[in-house]
Design a protein around this ligand. Structure first.
Ligand SMILES: C[S@@+](CC[C@H](N)C(=O)[O-])C[C@H]1O[C@@H](n2cnc3c(N)ncnc32)[C@H](O)[C@@H]1O
Length: 539
């Protein structure tokens, strides 16, 4: 696969939003490329991915969702020096060695538990070593040190957060032997703070979080909860693509958080991690937009659910008082806050469970409990967070068991997401998250259709929705039509999608364009039947 060269249609300049920002240097259409870098300046894997992901190209050996099995390396081999970073090929190892690892390998070797060093500490050490060894370009360095660190803000607040900055920043400095000459302990602590505020999540092309990256161009983009751009990764490439048309000279905004959250939660998350009060075009409206609307008014909660909330608050009087769960001043609003807090708490607990078989069943139980709370209380709209998050987590967990009944449920939930949720949360059909969801659904549907004879659970689905083979065609077609805008023509993901679609067309129509046209014209009717699947699961 040819690596696509860097391309920039944006530049860094002073912003009226905050400090510096990123600005378009030409008119960019919706779905167009804003910039692409062959790789971010610094990219480090989280602790969990060190053992199964290439530390150079970030290809993940367990990525079954996106790539053909032949495209995913079976294993990654450890660097013989540090035994921490792993690579999928000699080429990746050699590139990483030349770029930074030869200056970092012995540092990791000497660190007491290098596999357990937090990602932000490893990123800070990598920056320190690259700077000290003279391998970081001056422009990149200048770009990095100009980024906001908020060190002084955290210092003035004191407490645990400041202690963390001090301890981890000092740790990064101490481990970065030989003792940095151009870098004091305070510099290291400030750099650690900068990493925390400016890192983007390193994700797989299917948006699984894998680590963090810091880059003087990408990290300079300011935030909006109604962003006009989104970061997309094509391991190891990093690009920003436009979610709507952007005029030359207009500021480019990405969302630092899940912008589908409700107002109070967005404000809380942004304040806690990025130290600012968001006044974007969405937050300007306060808690009045769709993200905050419940399915019923809190005062219309049934007696049973009012009692449920009251009983919970008797046990934990502070429940629902959290800043992120504020709904309003009345006792009924307070009850809604309590249910929201319970749901939020449940999803955090579910996310904390690992993907081992025992933890998985506990995780699924928690998620199902949360889904029932949403459904039975009737308070939450199906598109109101955290319900969509519960559904997503449940799908991922169910697909991680080897039980075919679970896979069938995950599929029905994915169809619900496809018809009822994603078009609301991600209105653009080419939104990368939405495209990845459609792709996953297409592959899952194909799996069900292909294995229907071997698994009763799948057979039942195919019998109830006989047009499923045609659905696979329609879904793959949808992804193929959008992938140029969502991920970019020529990306690895686009190639995998195009190859799969072409292969499917060849298998089904044998290259007969007429047959394919008939199928295309028939898709509207197929979709009427397919849409009914979205209602098969109660919640
Ligand atoms: C990743 S940096 C973005 C670059 C930053 N403007 C700079 O000059 O270094 C994140 C920081 O920028 C500021 N920021 C980003 N978006 C903002 C917004 N919408 N409103 C206010 N401050 C924002 C906050 O201080 C935040 O911690």
């Amino acid at each position: 696969m040819v690596t696509m060269p860097d391309e920039f249609h944006a530049q860094v300049q002073g912003s009226s939003t905050a400090g510096n920002g990123l600005f378009a240097t030409k008119d960019i259409p919706a779905g167009g490329l804003i910039f692409r870098k062959t790789r971010p300046l610094i990219g480090v894997l989280d602790i969990g991915h060190l053992a199964d992901t290439c530390s150079n190209c970030f290809v993940w050996t367990q990525d079954h969702s996106l790539l053909e099995p032949t495209d995913v390396p079976k294993e990654v081999k450890a660097c013989t020096g540090c035994q921490v970073l792993r690579y999928c090929s000699k080429k990746c190892q050699s590139q990483s060695w030349k770029r930074h690892h030869k200056h970092e390998c012995s540092v990791l070797t000497k660190a007491p538990t290098p596999h357990l060093l937090p990602q932000a500490v490893r990123a800070t050490m990598q920056i320190t070593r690259m700077r000290e060894s003279g391998v970081m370009a001056e422009d990149d360095w200048e770009g990095l040190v100009k980024l906001d660190s908020h060190y002084e803000t955290v210092e003035s607040m004191g407490g645990e957060r400041f202690e963390t900055l001090q301890t981890f920043g000092m740790g990064a400095w101490q481990y970065s032997t030989p003792t940095p000459r151009s870098f004091s302990i305070l510099d290291s602590q400030k750099m650690f703070a900068r990493v925390l505020v400016n890192a983007l999540t390193l994700v797989s092309p299917s948006f699984d979080p894998m680590g963090i990256c810091i880059d003087p161009i990408a990290s300079v983009a300011n935030h909006s909860c109604d962003p006009n751009a989104v970061a997309v990764m094509d391991h190891p490439g990093l690009s920003f693509r436009a979610l709507r048309s952007i005029k030359k000279g207009e500021e480019v905004f990405i969302s630092y958080i899940d912008s589908t959250e409700w107002f109070a939660m967005r404000q809380k998350l942004l304040k806690a991690k990025y130290h600012f009060t968001c006044r974007c075009s969405k937050c300007e409206h306060g808690p009045t937009l769709r993200e905050d609307q419940f399915a019923i008014r809190p005062k219309d909660l049934s007696k049973k659910w009012k009692r449920f909330a009251d009983d919970h608050v008797k046990e934990s009087p502070e429940l629902g008082n959290e800043e992120g769960c504020y709904v309003g001043p009345t006792p009924d609003d307070r009850r809604a806050s309590i249910l929201l807090a319970l749901a939020w708490d449940e999803i955090k607990q579910a996310q904390a469970y690992a993907f081992t078989p025992i933890s998985l069943s506990a995780k699924i139980e928690k998620l199902e409990m949360g889904m029932r709370l949403h459904y039975q209380s009737k308070l939450f709209a199906i598109t109101r967070q955290p319900w969509p998050q519960f559904r997503h987590e449940l799908m991922v967990a169910k697909l991680s068991t080897s039980n075919m009944q679970d896979a069938a449920i995950a599929w029905m939930q994915a169809v619900k997401t496809y018809f009822l949720i994603d078009p609301v949360l991600y209105p653009q059909s080419f939104h990368p998250v939405r495209v990845v969801h459609v792709w996953t659904l297409a592959l899952l549907t194909l799996y069900i259709v292909s294995d229907a004879d071997s698994h009763p659970a799948f057979k039942g689905l195919v019998e109830s929705c006989p047009s499923l083979p045609h659905v696979v065609y329609g879904l793959l077609r949808e992804v193929a039509e959008n992938v140029g805008k969502s991920h970019g023509e020529g990306t690895k993901f686009a190639k995998v999608v195009t190859d799969k679609f072409e292969q499917m067309k060849m298998d089904t129509f044998g290259g007969d364009a007429m047959l394919e046209r008939v199928m295309r014209d028939h898709l509207k009717d197929v979709w009427v039947g397919f849409r009914t699947v979205a209602d098969w699961m109660e919640y």
